[in-house]
Design a protein around this ligand. Sequence first.
Ligand SMILES: [Zn+2]
Length: 447
Amino acid sequence: MASVYLDPEIETLPRAALGKLQGEKLARQVERVLRLSPFYRRKYAAAGIVSGLAIKHPEDIRKFPILAKAELREAQAAKPFFGDIATVPVGDFIETLSTTGTTGRPFHCVWTKNDLAYTHAVMRRTVWTMGIRPGDIVQNGFAYGLFVAGVNVHLACQQLGCLVVPIGATNTERHLDYLTGLKSTILFATPSFAMYLAERLKEAGIAPESLGLRIGCFGGEPGTAVPATRTKLEEGLGIDARDYYGLAEICPGMSPECEAKDGIHFCEDHLIAEVLDPETKEPVAEGETGVLVVTDLSREAMPLLRYWTNDLVRLSTERCACGRTHARAPGGIVGRGDDRINLKGAKFYPTQVENAVRALPDLAPEFRIVLDHDHARHSDTCTVRVELAPGKTAAGAALAALIAGVEAKLKAETGSSLAVEIVPTGSLERAMTKSKRVVDNRKPHGR
Ligand SMILES: [Zn+2]
């Protein structure tokens, strides 16, 4: 029987040895950026740091300032195209991709030959951890081109000996053709797109059991680790749903869920994962939610040190049931730092609304959270727009009871009283790539 691990020695390395390895790699990385990157020399000199500070342990990273995405963008705007961040000459770059840039201009990431070798090795480990094996038929629903996930999944699965079907993120009919005709065994997609495919299968009267799908690997946005969403994905597609996470800036596909489905594992031989308080920027206690801050230990071309991801996680270093020693984030990515909805002092995340809506069998899985300002009452309002499940109808007292039930469920999940509006089934647009389910009309230009 094939091993559960692709790299058994490193994946089960005792944490003391892992820490020692991280300390050594960190010392080398800091020395490199100070010697080779004008950007880092300038940034660290401004913080009074001109030498490597005798680094031995991963915790020594705390001696260095945080790195924000805006700083990287500014450096590239000041010195087009790549800025003065890199630690190797432009001639050594062999690939460039950009971050998706949902706000502002994208950040252009670059890779050397060595960078691609290690990121592909990490991705092979990631897909193996999610249960993919040679001989699988991998249907890739991630966009190709400048979006890093598509090509990364493609190459890693090919390298493991899988048959890869590169469909991308928009061609729904073709996805359905291959799912039913070729009987693909693995699906890669955002959870939003996978949910849409599940809805389309149901409409077409195709039973999930008639497909060949074993595992769905979902990334690019939170959702898979939301319990109600996971259940809907698993039932709707007849699969085992695995969450995974990656960052183009650091390492695409660096954090997969194992068979225990108890958090995404970080590849700590290649990075240091910290969790910091969003306001004080100090480390939080283990298990508390904060912003994930990542330090690149292996990247050669453009390593990022203490990079503020703005993604919220809680971290556990307890040994996982799968036997891997690398830290994991139970519950996956809770949300983005700027996703948190602040409504009259109460705070909640869109993923909590998602869990409420998708746990209710009378509702379709799609929803919108609409924030407004009531000028007469000087108060913010929040309405959750939902659809009835296909074929479901309700009117009069039955509809009122149904709405009251949804409101109660939302209150239980979020702690806030949110209004509910039922809109026609299928009227809320389904996202093909990353979803945008919060509509904030409180600000002049929205979000
Ligand atoms: Zn595990």
